[in-house]
Design a protein. Structure first.
Ligand code: NAD
Length: 485
């Protein structure tokens, strides 16, 4: 075994521990299929211990007050940065994502910790003039224990950026990392142990069934924050509702449209359509604009340019700074992508680029797929409706404004949308009608600081990344005080 990290334990109640059951899981490098480490296969007893530890820790953490919590969190962020290179290498080898853009993940996680550390004084309530003879006001209180379940595409970023709001609000967290990319969580365990009081930040590694489900079902976990697929999100809502009334937020998948109007220069759109696919993480991004909706007048020219550019994408070793696309994260995900490619061909879509493994040295093993372009995709095809979460771009043709919006809104998901035109009426009209939570006009891809991110329809419930996320980790208590003089 080529052990990539010496870290092998998860964090429960301030202690670095193995699983109570003594079981382990292998971490696989998707580019080589080598075993690069192992991590504890946690179970329901580990979850119970972590939740108990969090439940004991949060009252004191909350009582420290905003300034002291913010300082502890900023210290956590500084310590993460000290080990940024190590985290980056582990994350790249464990996820298959390319190294150059992945540099942003650790930085973004720490920036988000700093952002929420600075927002603490916004944990405020309201005074309400409900009656003249009472003083009416509200205060915000933490839920207590927050479960944070993380997907495989950006594990360390989500485990840091998407726990910061909960921590700042005075909660303790139990993080469940993705089982196909858990190694960075073991390093994070060591860092959190040094930086935060025992029990405030816990990490339990393992499978969805072994760790995720017992965490969702634990009666002391009132607040569940999930990032992952729509199917798992619905299962979590069901499981949670079987046990208790819980506050569940879901950040789920996308089948996002990029709508291009006829006034746009066809050549100028090609690079943006590729950028919108996030090929540097093999298209494995919830926000990827995997449906390119082109007006019929520019369809041929854009598609011809796309074929050329997509065929030129350098797929290769994720650790190589010049690679533009790496390996699919796991065998399961790889098989799913290949399955969608075959399905799209059977359904009558035209394969224009990619569609198979790259060949030659470096590709003998590993979960590789060339970036893939399908043309002539129509709404009746599954490829037009279902999230692949892989490097598959589908191009569809439209002729009228209404038809473009009909296609854009024809799917069950509604996370992001990107609209390209120089006509303000078309731009704002399309933005108003599209059923998606995050809209770009004449750009695609970036998440902006403090801007709420989240989906319509089956893409989720709740919003993250802004003030609202932090407030969503609080409950409101109402005070009514009789004024007797
Ligand atoms: P997934 O749903 O398979 O797994 C996500 C996490 O849930 C993993 O940690 C997994 O172990 C856990 N899990 C699985 N079954 C569970 C269960 N029954 N109970 C509790 N936890 C369980 O998703 P994935 O394949 O890791 O990630 C890809 C998905 O995530 C895509 O659909 C993508 O669009 C979505 N995603 C959404 C966002 C967003 O912000 N909206 C961001 C990134 C990824």
């Amino acid at each position: 075994m080529n052990g990539l990290t010496k870290s092998t334990r998860m964090l429960i109640g301030g202690e670095l521990v193995e699983s109570e059951g003594g079981a382990w899981m292998d971490a696989i490098n998707p580019a080589t299929e080598d075993v690069i480490g192992r991590f504890p296969a946690g179970n329901d007893r580990d979850v119970a211990k972590a939740v108990d530890a969090a439940d004991r820790a949060w009252p004191q953490w909350n009582a420290m007050g905003v300034a002291a919590r913010a300082e502890a969190m900023r210290n956590f962020g500084r310590k993460i940065l000290e080990r940024a290179d190590e985290l980056l290498e582990v994350e790249v080898r464990d996820t298959g994502n390319t190294i150059a853009p992945m540099r942003g993940d650790v930085k973004h996680g720490v920036a988000s910790i700093d952002y929420y550390a600075g927002l603490g004084y916004e944990l405020k309530g309201e005074t309400i003039p409900a009656t003249p003879d009472n003083l009416h006001f509200t205060v915000r209180e933490p839920y207590g224990v927050v479960a944070r379940i993380v997907p495989f595409n950006h594990p360390v970023m989500f485990a840091t950026a998407r726990t910061a709001g909960a921590l700042m609000a005075g909660n303790a967290v139990v993080v469940k990392p993705p089982e196909t990319a858990s190694l960075s969580a073991l390093i994070l365990s060591e860092i959190a142990r040094e930086a935060l009081p025992p029990g405030v930040f816990n990490i339990v590694t393992g499978t969805g069934a072994g760790v995720g489900a017992p965490l969702v079902r634990h009666p002391a976990v009132k607040r569940i924050a999930f990032i992952g697929s729509a199917g798992t999100g619905m299962a979590i809502q069901r499981m949670a509702a079987e046990v208790a009334v819980k506050h569940v937020t879901l950040e789920l998948g996308g089948k996002n449209p990029m709508i291009v109007f006829p006034d746009v220069d066809p050549q100028s759109i090609i690079a943006s359509a590729i950028a919108g696919m996030n090929f540097s993480w093999q298209g494995q991004s919830c926000g990827s604009t995997s449906r390119l909706l082109l007006h019929e007048s520019i369809y041929d020219e854009v598609v011809a340019g796309l074929v050329e550019r997509i065929n030129a994408i350098r797929v290769g070793d994720p650790m190589d700074e010049t690679s533009q696309m790496g390996a699919i994260n796991s065998k399961v995900q790889y098989d799913k992508v290949l399955n969608y490619i075959e399905m799209a061909k059977r359904e009558g879509a035209t394969l224009l680029a990619g569609g198979q493994r790259p060949t030659g040295p470096g590709f003998e093993k590993g979960f590789w797929v060339r970036p893939t372009l399908f043309g002539d995709v129509t709404q009746d095809m599954r490829i037009a409706n279902e999230e692949v979460f892989g490097p598959l771009l589908s191009v569809m043709k439209w002729s009228t404004f209404d038809q473009a919006l009909e296609i854009a809104n024809a799917v069950d998901l509604g996370l992001t949308a990107s609209i390209w035109t120089n006509n303000i009426d078309d731009a704002l009209g399309a933005a108003r009608r599209v059923r998606a939570g995050y809209v770009w006009i004449n750009s695609v891809g970036p998440h902006y600081p403090a801007m709420n991110y989240g989906g319509y329809k089956n893409s989720g419930t709740g919003r993250e990344e802004g003030l609202e996320e932090m407030l969503s980790y609080t409950e409101q208590k109402v005070y009514n005080i009789a004024l007797r003089r």
